[in-house]
Write a protein that binds this ligand. Structure first.
Ligand code: SF4
Length: 102
């Protein structure tokens, strides 16, 4: 398992452990590594198919899911778990929800 996948798995584990006490323990380091993992996946998309933008229907589906997610900070438009601004992350085809909601 590579470092990016390990961090994502750790975030997922933290999420499920924290369910019930409403706090998610993902460190800044974990968020940075997850962001780097997403950027690596985006670069792979560019190299393999020259395309980084998700389809409009995928963007719409992801937006719908994030909008009602408990981990979405509506005032900052950020995900609490991965730390990304969702307006930037959702359109990236290779992006993944850190807790596998999309
Ligand atoms: S990326 Fe996942 S965890 Fe973050 S706000 Fe969206 S659905 Fe929730």
């Amino acid at each position: 398992m590579n470092l990016f996948k390990e961090k994502r798995a750790k975030a997922l584990n933290s999420y499920y452990k924290s369910k019930g006490n409403n706090s998610i323990e993902t460190s800044v380091t974990d968020k940075v590594v997850m962001a780097l993992g997403t950027m690596k996946d985006v670069l792979v998309d560019v190299v393999q198919c020259g395309e980084i933008k998700a389809s409009e229907s995928l963007i719409s589906d992801r937006t719908e899911i994030c909008t009602v997610c408990d981990e979405f900070l509506r005032d900052k438009k950020k995900c609490k778990v991965c730390g990304w601004y969702m307006e930037l992350k959702i359109p990236l085809k290779a992006a993944k929800c850190p807790i596998d909601k999309w």
